[in-house]
Design a protein around this ligand. Structure first.
Ligand code: 13P
Length: 284
């Protein structure tokens, strides 16, 4: 079973009016839980890794574990490079078997962003790799990537049209009021802006920072054209809380198979819930 690109997966989601959930994975346990749950619900799924995750877990381990999970569960999966910035690093990972890339040029000027992204698109065309890029800039923290709210800004719909046509990307990450990590207060997505972007751009749109956004807003965003929903923090919190609770009850525990299992079960519930919110169950 192969690691596939997300191109056809997201186009199908766009046609079908649902979204594919993308979960940040860090180790064997997160990969097992996400792929087993997606397979049980016949849902397409994307496994995402930041540069920090590949440093932590190792590129070869990540590729092998994700391929094996796809094989065992009879589910083609996407292993996606989340928030990658370095051209050489992306090329190396593509040459190691990854077929889905996000090149994050959101910290650059408009022209520099287009230049950096176009270069990656040209390389990826040789390998049938899908490319996602971000216009506008999300606030919050995702691993080593921390963006102060004063440096974040929303996606401009007309600029998005030009950006998509000049870069040739497959999907566009939009900044419409979501942020990475925990929210202080309830987030409010800018649906008017999302609708205006959808009018200008006909490729799949991506919502980053979906942890902590009320379910009703995520569903609405999907109705407005979001085809990929990124989730990291909600999985981390579920895992950590369950493992902490286990240790509170069993302070002398030392067998990882025992104290990790409740963490996995807690993540499984989150994955199930997100798949239902995305409307992707049964779409595989
Ligand atoms: P959260 O951690 O807020 O869920 O964001 C995940 C994300 O957008 C990964 O790119």
């Amino acid at each position: 079973m192969y690691l596939i690109s997300n191109r056809e997966m997201l186009k199908k989601a766009q046609r079908g009016g649902y979204a594919v959930p993308a979960f940040n994975v860090h180790n064997l346990e997160t990969v097992q839980v996400v792929v087993e749950t997606a397979a049980a619900l016949s849902s397409p799924v994307i496994l995402a890794g930041t540069p920090g995750t590949f440093i932590y877990a190792g590129l070869e381990y990540m590729v092998s574990i994700c391929r094996e999970a796809a094989h065992i569960n009879h589910l083609p999966v996407v292993l996606h490079l989340d928030h990658h910035e370095e051209y050489d690093d992306i090329c190396h990972k593509v040459q190691s078997g990854i077929r889905s890339v996000m090149i994050d040029g959101s910290h650059l000027s408009f022209e520099q962003n287009i230049e950096a992204v176009s270069r990656v698109v040209r390389f990826c065309q040789n390998y049938d790799v899908s490319v996602e890029a971000e216009l506008g800039r999300l606030g919050g923290q995702e691993d080593d990537l921390a963006v102060d709210s004063k440096d974040s800004f929303y996606t401009d719909p007309m600029a998005a049209k030009e950006y998509v046509s000049r870069t040739g990307i497959d999907s566009l990450a939009v900044a419409i009021g979501s942020a990475h990590g925990l929210y202080h207060g309830e987030p409010h997505l800018d649906f008017d802006r999302l609708a205006a972007i959808r009018q200008q751009v006909d490729i799949p749109l991506v919502l980053h920072g979906a942890s902590g956004i009320p379910e009703e807003q995520v569903r609405r965003a999907i109705n407005f054209g979001i085809c990929k929903v990124n989730v990291a923090t909600d999985l981390k919190i579920a895992f950590a809380d369950a493992v902490k609770a286990y240790f509170t009850e069993h302070p002398d525990a030392n067998d990882p198979r025992k104290y990790i299992t409740p963490g996995k079960e807690a993540m499984r519930k989150v994955v199930e819930t997100k798949i239902h919110i995305c409307g992707s169950a049964g779409m595989m």
